[in-house]
Ligand binder design. Structure first.
Ligand SMILES: *Cc1c(COP(=O)(O)O)cnc(C)c1O
Length: 370
């Protein structure tokens, strides 16, 4: 009998070894020039991402969490302010709000797993200053509805676009909706580097100027310190690697969408599952499938069964939405999100997985339910 194939949820070595020769030569090139901090590679990469997303300004930062903190600080968020976000997000979204002294207010997501605009509306108080939607799983929220709510109440929108590079809503790119947006280049993200990295995007010259100072100790180009800043620069070496990988970004998105089509073909008639919408079904959305997040009956048993068959899956955020981290002081009751988190599971979705392996994952799921 043949051993079942090992299909990890994400193959970390693969992102290096499949392009090892090119990557080593980038390392040598940057290293021999000693170009480690804020050199051309960072500004070139910033320009290509700004062009791609269609915004005026981009700033490479150490990670997307820092990017959100920079954005919220530059936008003037303060203690006493409330910021509304979806509890189905990484704790980093809430932490960024916390670290500018504001109060994170988690709300429910909808059946699309993205922030529920109605829940946002209900959570607005006199103290609300901003909405921080997460463009989760490579899908963009209903930004026009959120913008209407923001306009009605005079709120800012800051996008957690960590998972959203390349995703569109009604033809407009994620990262171009909010006053500021942050994108992550964590290795497992659609565009990943070899460590931590992120970028913040804005069309607002003033916000850009402030974030640029905040990123580098509050210093202007002459070294004069104009405000309290932090050290949150994107490494020049990571920027060089990211520029190299970004050249293939079209292909990366296309392949992820192909994998989503295959999962949909093999699994859409299983009544025990709820799948993400397949690509091309809804003209309002262009999804980049950072994750393939399904809902499954008997989720834990399915996850265990897949593991027995050599298939790695993941429940996002270690299985808990943010409001369930009671140590952080949340007391909100979010019954829909609680219910959803008994059902959520992410199937392998990456550039390493082959068509055959996708079929094997699907067959294993079908066998489990039959
Ligand atoms: C990855 C991620 C972050 C954090 O990004 P880092 O670059 O690791 O700081 C924040 N929010 C969401 C939704 C993410 O997926």
């Amino acid at each position: 009998m043949t051993k079942p194939p090992q299909i990890p949820f994400f193959n970390y070595p693969d992102v290096f070894v499949t392009e090892e020769e090119d990557l080593v030569s980038i390392f040598c090139d940057v290293g021999r020039r000693g170009a480690f901090i804020l050199q051309n590679e960072v500004s070139d990469f910033e320009r290509s991402i700004a062009n791609y997303v269609g915004v005026k300004y981009a700033l490479g930062v150490a990670n997307a969490t820092d990017g959100l903190i920079l954005g919220l600080r530059a936008a003037g968020l303060q203690p006493g302010d409330e910021v509304i976000f979806s509890s189905h997000t990484f704790v980093a979204t809430a932490a960024a709000i916390h670290f500018v002294g504001a109060t994170p207010i988690p709300v429910e997501c909808g059946s699309d797993h993205l922030i529920d605009p109605l829940a946002v509306k209900r959570a607005v108080t006199l103290r609300t200053k901003a909405i921080l939607p997460t463009q989760l799983n490579g899908r963009t929220c209903k930004m026009d509805i959120l913008q209407n709510i923001a306009d009605q109440h005079g709120l800012l929108i800051i996008e957690d676009a960590a998972q959203g590079l390349g995703s569109l809503y009604k033809g407009k790119p994620t990262g171009s909706f909010g006053a500021v947006a942050a994108i992550s280049f964590y290795p497992a993200k659609n565009l990943g580097c070899f460590g931590d990295g992120g970028i913040v995007l804005t069309n607002d010259e003033r916000l850009y100027g402030t974030m640029k100072l905040l990123r580098d100790h509050g210093r202007d180009p002459r070294g004069e310190v104009l405000l309290w800043g932090m050290n949150s620069r994107l490494d020049n070496l990571q920027a060089a690697i990211l520029s190299y990988k970004f050249k293939k970004y079209e292909m990366i998105v296309t392949r992820r969408r192909e994998v989503a089509v295959l999962y949909h073909e093999y699994l859409s008639n299983l009544k025990q599952l709820v799948l993400p919408p397949p690509p091309n079904i809804d003209p309002n959305h262009f999804d980049v499938f950072q994750n393939y997040e399904i809902e499954a009956e008997r989720r834990d048993a399915l996850k265990a069964n897949l593991a027995e068959h050599g298939i790695g899956t993941l429940i996002q955020w270690s299985g808990k939405p943010v409001h369930q981290f009671l140590a952080l002081g949340f007391n909100q009751k979010l019954p829909y999100t609680d219910w959803l988190f008994e059902r959520l599971l992410m199937l392998p979705m990456n550039l390493s997985i082959t068509d055959e392996q996708v079929k094997y994952v699907a067959d294993t799921i079908r066998n489990f339910y039959s």
